[in-house]
Design a protein around this ligand. Structure first.
Ligand code: 13P
Length: 303
């Protein structure tokens, strides 16, 4: 997971939760035609800090969201080396934040969506300033349920991600192909289009606050997973697009996480790929021990 071999190590620095080890020959980005070969690369000396987020979607109530938060705080307390976040429904953000803060937890508070305008006559929408006011640190943009159920376009997703970053928060850009697109052989073009349009007009500097989540739509909530090799192949190609859009260093430090029916029992296997830096978890994040099992799997991969 998230590791790249670098020749001639000369220094280590931490940047925004990302650990860098610089090589004397400069950061080296390696893309193999057979991306899965990276599963067996030489011992790693540089890594991205794994990220695991729990997207609670439209689940929980006032009581269960508080119980789940307390359960996550306890279950995750002893697991280091992974950045974690929960994304509760809007009405429970403040209560979840209070619990996280009172318990001194390092779990970050995320929101599932936002609106890109600062204020005004947008009935039902929620601005970034409102989310910041509630202690939100990260926001999802372009989750497949927003794209396919609510009808958000690539342009709307890009506007939201830009607004999230302009507000100084971290954005989790979600992309992924539908089953129809996969069966038509369009997996790569669909994901690459969503990635390119999602990142339009986003600077290399701001990319330090972007996490990309690859969530194949057909794997979400279905119990079906991409194979570790298929997921690694997509992630490696996405990283190559980021290198084209920015440069090798930005590509190497950007975390690309996987989502879609990840469970404690399959997480280690799914996170094995060199370009898979953690996960965005739906159903399995609603049970603290299960979520903790996934976070442990991510920690196990961060050597
Ligand atoms: P499931 O883990 O329930 O498949 O959901 C994944 C997801 O959509 C996370 O954002």
């Amino acid at each position: 997971m998230g590791v790249v071999g670098v020749v001639g190590v000369v220094g280590v620095v931490g940047v925004g939760g990302v650990v860098w080890v610089y090589g004397g020959s400069g950061a080296r980005l390696q893309f193999n035609d057979a991306a899965t070969r990276r599963l067996e690369m030489e011992p790693p000396v540089r890594e991205r800090k794994p990220f695991v987020g729990g997207n609670w979607k439209m689940n929980t109530n006032r009581t269960t969201s508080a119980d789940l938060t307390r359960g996550c705080v306890d279950a995750l307390a002893a697991i280091g080396s992974v950045e974690t976040a929960v994304f509760p429904p809007f009405p429970y953000l403040l209560a979840v934040r209070s619990i996280l803060r009172d318990r001194g937890s390092s779990i970050q508070l995320g929101a599932q969506d936002c609106y890109f305008r600062p204020d005004g006559a947008f009935t039902g929408e929620i601005s970034l300033e409102m989310l910041k006011d509630c202690g939100v640190q990260l926001v999802l943009a372009g989750h497949s349920e927003r794209r396919h159920v609510i009808g958000e376009t690539d342009e709307i997703v890009n506007s939201k991600l830009r607004a999230i970053l302009d507000a100084g928060l971290t954005g989790v850009l979600c992309i992924g192909e539908t089953l129809e697109q996969r069966e038509a052989g369009h997996t790569d073009p669909v994901n690459q289009r969503q990635l390119r349009s999602g990142l339009a007009d986003i600077s290399a500097d701001a990319m330090s606050r972007v996490v990309v989540a690859y969530e194949p739509v057909w794997a979400i909530g279905t119990g079906k997973n991409a194979t570790p090799e298929d997921a690694q192949d997509v992630h490696a190609k996405l990283r190559r697009v980021i290198a084209q859009l920015y440069n090798a260093e930005v590509a190497e430090r950007t975390r690309i996480i996987y989502g879609g029916s990840v469970k404690a029992s399959n997480a280690a296997e799914l996170f094995r790929g060199a370009d898979i830096d953690g996960g965005l978890i739906g159903g399995a994040s609603l049970k603290a021990p299960e979520f903790a099992g996934i976070v442990k799997a991510a920690a196990g991969g961060s050597r």
